[in-house]
Design a protein around this ligand. Structure first.
Ligand code: GLU
Length: 419
């Protein structure tokens, strides 16, 4: 992988651009470039070989539209700036999706693979305890992100309910179905990416049927994106994980690849693969559609010139740098931005949260239908705005997405009398 950039620098560049395009004065940039609050916590965990100390954060970027909302990631390289950038992206994502949420994000600097299940539980409970006065059903609602899952959410929910002496399933989303979560939450981000790609392909590529796809990253988002795109008629020809990638021009079966990954630890052991490639080479394959669904900062000015896909859908948060996007736009390659296409997870989170607060029992089918229509509508709206208000050969779709998202947040701040 390429050296990681500071995601906050990228996030601020994107904000700056939106402010300029909207013709807003500088102070609006100043207000939005910083989060409203960042909480840093120390998390000591007793392990079999002594006490280990971890650092965690919760960044609450903006609450003009509603309670802060966004996931918590566990990763050995998480930094405070990354968490702040991700919380800013959540503000735009939630605004653009039309959800009554502000933006937040959490992170703990830990390699969860090095912890026993009991240590992971301890870490999760202590993290949530440490931030418990700053989260809440109507205040800040965490959810899963990189390396956190429904079990971690169950511990958060339980710990919070214990501390606050009540039962508060709505304080986190992405819970197991037994605790008020939706099974559909697991597939939601990838399903949403696939729906968004289908909608955009209809408009921009003459349909999805038979189009070739490469997916970088085969975690939750990458796998479900590949699975649903294949079901919708696209041909997934390449996928990769952190160990490497595989290429099969006839098209591969994402379920078979997942079985191999589960059994042998990586997609590279898929026996039918014609060619092995590196995770970075996956980005440069000759395909119609590319889905970076792994980590930030993988499409840079260094490799943007070699990308062959016509359409890129950002399954991950922040995979394309500003400079890379400029090169791609010049080359006529369309990037569907993260804040638009990977909002399926948080849209489903909202459905879960509403359901919890009503004490309801929505079915997964109904929830997925709602997600599908919301995502298709959002993609159509953003693409129409882009075509109507901007010169499409000079402006990436992200410009349109940011203008819509930032304007809504600014209007909310004005109405509330903040600015
Ligand atoms: N972590 C996901 C994201 O980055 C989902 C957040 C949520 O469901 O609140 O969008």
């Amino acid at each position: 992988m390429v050296e990681a950039r500071d995601p906050l620098v990228e996030a601020r560049k994107q904000l700056r651009r939106a402010i300029d395009l909207l013709g807003y004065p500088d102070y609006i940039y100043e207000v939005l470039a910083e989060p409203e609050r960042v909480i840093q916590v120390k998390i000591p965990v007793k392990t079999s070989d002594g006490v280990k100390v971890f650092i965690g954060w919760r960044s609450q970027h903006n609450s003009a539209l509603g309670p802060y909302k966004g996931g918590v990631r566990y990763h050995p390289n998480v930094t405070m700036n990354e968490v702040i950038a991700l919380s800013m992206w959540m503000t735009w994502k939630n605004s653009l999706a039309g959800l009554p949420y502000g933006g937040g994000k959490g992170g703990v600097r830990v390699n969860p693979k090095m912890l026993t299940p009991r240590e992971l539980e301890e870490l999760s409970r202590r993290y949530f305890e440490a931030i418990s006065d700053f989260v809440g059903v109507d205040l800040d609602i965490p959810a899963p992100d990189v390396y956190t899952d429904p079990q971690v959410m169950a511990w958060y929910f339980d710990e919070y309910s214990r501390i606050k002496r009540g039962i508060y399933p709505g304080v986190v989303t992405g819970k197991p179905p037994e605790l008020g979560g939706l099974k559909a939450r697991i597939v939601a981000t990838g399903y949403g990416v696939a729906v968004a790609v289908r909608e955009a392909a209809r408009r921009l590529l003459g349909g999805l049927e038979g189009k070739t796809v490469a997916v970088q990253g085969f975690g939750n988002v990458g796998y479900y994106t590949a699975k649903y795109l294949a079901e919708m008629g696209a041909k997934v020809v390449a996928v990769s994980d952190s160990r490497g990638g595989i290429y099969l021009p006839e098209g591969l079966d994402p379920d078979e690849v997942l079985a191999v990954k589960r059994r042998e630890g990586s997609v590279i052991h898929y026996p039918k693969a014609k060619k092995k490639v590196s995770p970075m080479e996956v980005l440069e394959l000759d395909v119609d559609i590319l889905v970076p669904a792994a980590i930030e900062g993988v499409i840079t000015e260094e490799n943007a010139g070699r990308i062959k896909a016509r359409l890129i859908a950002e399954g991950a948060n922040g995979p394309t740098t500003t400079e890379a996007e400029r090169i791609l736009t010049e080359r006529g390659i369309i990037v569907l931005p993260d804040i638009l296409v990977n909002a399926g997870g948080v849209i489903m989170s909202h459905i879960e949260w509403v359901n919890n607060r009503m004490g309801g029992w929505i079915t997964d089918e109904e929830a997925l239908r709602k997600l599908e229509s919301k995502m298709s509508e959002n993609v159509r709206y953003v693409l129409s705005y882009w075509e109507k208000k901007l010169e499409v050969d000079k402006h990436p779709v992200r410009d349109a997405a940011y203008m819509i998202a930032v304007e809504r947040v600014v209007n909310a701040m004005k109405l509330r009398g903040w600015i």
